[in-house]
Design a protein around this ligand. Structure first.
Ligand code: NAI
Length: 251
């Protein structure tokens, strides 16, 4: 039987306290990995994720880290290596939205989204790479979005950050392939989480009309693909973006 086995692997998941990040952290643990759950503000939620991982018999640490802050990222990565000894898998999942039409979008709202979603992934990648290179193994998985491919109204900052992540993924794949490091992106469509709960009913309906089965995806739908990309089954896949959108992009 084909099985995803991540025994002995050490993973970092940014924004791992809830939603897609929590599902990714728990799924990686389910496959045998130890996980560092990074969170921005919500310690209780991160500890809840950590508890779910512990219950699976895996090692876990929950660490507060603002991915947009370089000093924070550098220190966090070093602390994780002190605890785990290495980093095999990095999942750049942390992301925010600050929506508005371009003509009304304020500069700080542009900056904040780009700093968290794109610069955050760059910084996490930059500081994790050192340890992956040392170990001659790495799996980097960036959580982009379908809107980074097809665009969306009112989300110029978010769309640009998610399109940028696809570029960062390709650049990382090319630069570090010779070190046995792969980098891939996942572009989820409409997934049922706190992020999409805050959308208006009208916008939700518009998205769901395009999904072939008319139902939102679950965080686990994304997490399963992360586990696959992190595993030996995906060792020949790099620089690509896998859509997890239930066909949304077809409509
Ligand atoms: P969410 O809002 O529940 O989770 C986002 C996570 O990122 C939270 O844990 C939050 O604390 C963390 N975060 C935000 N700013 C941070 C910072 N500066 N440093 C560290 N962590 C920070 O949203 P959801 O839906 O779970 O999203 C996860 C990822 O999936 C995001 O990158 C999002 O853009 C992406 N995505 C989500 C889709 C959806 O339909 N829910 C669709 C496509 C992509």
């Amino acid at each position: 039987m084909l099985k995803i086995d991540l025994s002995g692997r050490k993973a970092i998941v940014t924004g791992g306290s809830r939603g897609i990040g929590r599902a990714i952290a728990v799924t990686l643990a389910d496959c045998g990995a130890d996980v560092a759950v990074l969170y921005a503000h919500n310690k209780e939620a991160a500890e809840e994720t950590a508890k779910m991982i512990k219950e699976k018999g895996r090692n876990v640490i929950a660490v507060k880290c603002n991915v947009a802050n370089e000093d924070d990222v550098q220190k966090t990565v070093e602390d994780i290596v002190k605890e785990f000894g290495k980093i095999d898998i990095l999942v750049n999942n942390a992301g925010i939205t600050k929506d508005g039409l371009i003509m009304r979008m304020e500069g700080p709202d542009w900056d904040k989204v780009l700093e968290t979603n794109l610069k955050g992934a760059f910084l996490m990648t930059k500081y994790s790479l050192k340890y992956m290179i040392k170990n001659r193994f790495g799996r980097i998985i960036n959580i982009s979005s379908i809107v980074g491919i097809i665009g969306n109204v009112g989300q110029a900052n978010y769309v640009s950050s998610k399109a940028g992540l696809i570029g960062l993924t390709k650049a990382t794949a090319i630069e570090y392939s010779s070190r046995n490091i792969t980098a891939n992106a996942i572009a989820p469509g409409f997934i049922d989480t706190d992020m999409t709960k805050k959308l208006s009913e009208k916008v939700k309906e518009q998205f769901l009309q395009k999904v072939l089965k008319r139902v939102p995806g679950k965080p686990e739908d994304v997490a399963n693909v992360v586990a696959f990309l992190a595993s030996p089954l995906a060792s020949y896949i790099t620089g690509t973006t896998i859509l997890v959108d239930g066909g949304l992009s077809l409509g």
